[in-house]
Ligand binder design. Structure first.
Ligand SMILES: [Zn+2]
Length: 89
């Protein structure tokens, strides 16, 4: 993952003597709003700024793993369909 402006952010963290909290924003799996879900490492919590759902990071991982598996299964299905067509031809 590439962090844009990482140099500037690292510099600021140095200037505040490490008193910083790094928050990662991802798409919310509940309301599906882009970059609305905050992953807060220091408290082990997640919180959506749009639908206001919040909880523990552990609980969130389950949702993302489900989505990931679903996406992956779809890709595998597409690939096997494609090769089936090729075999016939
Ligand atoms: Zn949400």
């Amino acid at each position: 993952m590439k962090l844009p402006n990482a140099d500037k952010i690292k510099h600021i963290i140095r200037l505040v003597e490490g008193r910083a909290e790094l928050i990662v924003r991802v798409r919310c799996p509940f309301c599906r709003t882009k970059n609305s879900l905050l992953l807060i490492g220091s408290t082990d919590k997640y919180e959506c700024q749009v639908c206001c759902l919040h909880g523990k990071l552990d609980d969130l991982i389950v949702y993302f793993e489900d989505e990931f598996e679903h996406r992956h299964r779809k890709t595998v299905k597409l690939m096997s369909e494609r090769s089936a067509v090729e075999w016939r031809g």
